[in-house]
Design a protein around this ligand. Structure first.
Ligand code: NDP
Length: 355
């Protein structure tokens, strides 16, 4: 079966590709340049020879028809995983150009193309975000798969973080509205995956080569690179988190299970039906430092200890949530925060040694 994954060279997307290729899917990825695509192809060719992976260049997803050529080349695509979106900060462009327009226009563009040129598409998975769920004015109300961030384009456009959050909410909302409004033409099931901050190892060691990693993965890197004199603040971001491998898995499961059609799925660390632990998903840099200091004696005294005396109190002020529905529908037992941090740090230390 053929799957299209947009933004296939991204941090999370590479894990999605790993699962899909290991399961025998033929993956068609899109990237913004040939060089980025080649790097992905070469890396997977070594892991799964011969990897059933092709990469097509789509430079500007916001344009109507941006994906037409891809669907004309692969008219038998059966699944679409739409992940491409900017989750980095510090662009020279306006917030609208960086976040709001590509997310909303990109979603519109690909959905229109699927309806017109993708007659075989059965599944459409949209990478949304916990940003589409969270209500920052009411963090302690219990957030679930039914919660929506009330933010509007107008309220968000002046700050980059708010614009990013609004772009995710508006793109997801647009997806749900599209399937409703085009019900007679839409032949695919639509599922949204709404991850909070995604932490965990890079798919390939080269993911650690850059000066700065992806916004979320960089938080663990910063903790490992801290010094005893680093002063923090260690309480920010105070947010929810999920492991990148679990997030990737939730992108594949809808391809297999009709039960996930029409659902919003929220991966969160430590969530499971058997042993629900609704504290484990909340994190801040202090909690990362605590895990590293406890689990990596070789780093003790070389990195920051942090300075928050009662971090539980701080974390309790972060988002409250209940993701039983996601656990029930997917059957996934989400990795613990500690596992995620330990695996990330092991990879960072190995990468340092290899250099
Ligand atoms: P990455 O930055 O690693 O990957 C983003 C991907 O999207 C890259 O392929 C990037 O291409 C592409 N992209 C960015 N902007 C555009 C654009 N304007 N047009 C076309 N392609 C673009 O981020 P992640 O892997 O973390 O993010 C993947 C998805 O997951 C995004 O939709 C993000 O919003 C979502 N998400 C991420 C979370 C996290 O904590 N990491 C949490 C919740 C959701 P290029 O390499 O050329 O820049």
């Amino acid at each position: 079966e053929k799957v299209l994954v947009t933004g296939c060279n991204g941090y999370i997307a590479l894990h999605v590709l790993d699962i899909l290729l290991s399961e025998g899917y033929h993956v068609i990825g899109t990237a913004r340049s040939e060089g980025k695509g080649d790097k992905v192809k070469n890396s997977f060719a070594k892991l799964y020879p011969p990897a059933k992976l092709d990469v097509e260049v789509v430079t500007d997803i916001s344009q109507p028809g941006a994906f037409d050529a891809v669907f004309k080349k692969y008219p038998d695509l059966q699944h679409v995983v739409h992940m491409a979106a900017n989750f980095s900060f510090g662009s020279d462009q306006s917030n609208e150009e960086t976040y709001l327009i590509p997310s909303t226009e990109g979603t519109k563009s690909i959905l229109n193309t699927v309806v017109q040129l993708g007659p075989k598409v059965k599944t459409f998975v949209q990478t949304s975000s916990f940003a589409a769920i969270r209500n920052e004015h009411n963090k302690t109300s219990v957030h679930t798969e039914a919660t929506w961030n009330p933010v509007t384009w107008e309220q968000a456009r002046t700050t980059s973080l708010q614009s990013y959050c609004a772009s995710k909410k508006l793109a997801e909302k647009l997806g749900w509205d599209f399937v409703q409004q085009h019900a007679s033409q839409v032949k695919f099931n639509y599922t949204a995956v709404c991850p909070p901050y995604v932490l965990g190892p890079q798919m390939f060691g080269w993911g650690l080569d850059g000066e700065k990693l992806n916004t979320s993965a960089q938080i663990v890197n910063d903790a490992v690179n801290s010094t005893p004199s680093s002063k923090g603040p260690f309480d920010s971001p105070s947010a929810l988190t999920a492991d990148v491998r679990d997030v990737a898995l939730l992108h594949m499961l809808p391809l297999r299970s009709e039960k996930l059609a029409g659902q919003r799925l929220i991966p969160v660390a430590g969530a499971s039906l058997a042993k629900p632990n609704y504290d484990d998903g909340r994190f801040n840099p202090q909690r990362i430092l605590d895990v590293i200091n406890a689990r990596f004696p070789e780093l003790k005294g070389k990195i920051a200890a942090g300075n928050i005396e009662d971090n539980k109190k701080v974390l309790d002020k972060s988002y409250h949530y209940n993701t039983d529905l996601t656990c029930k529908l997917t059957g996934v037992e989400f990795k613990s925060f500690e596992t995620t941090v330990v695996d990330s740090v092991k990879q960072i230390l190995e990468h340092r040694r290899d250099k």
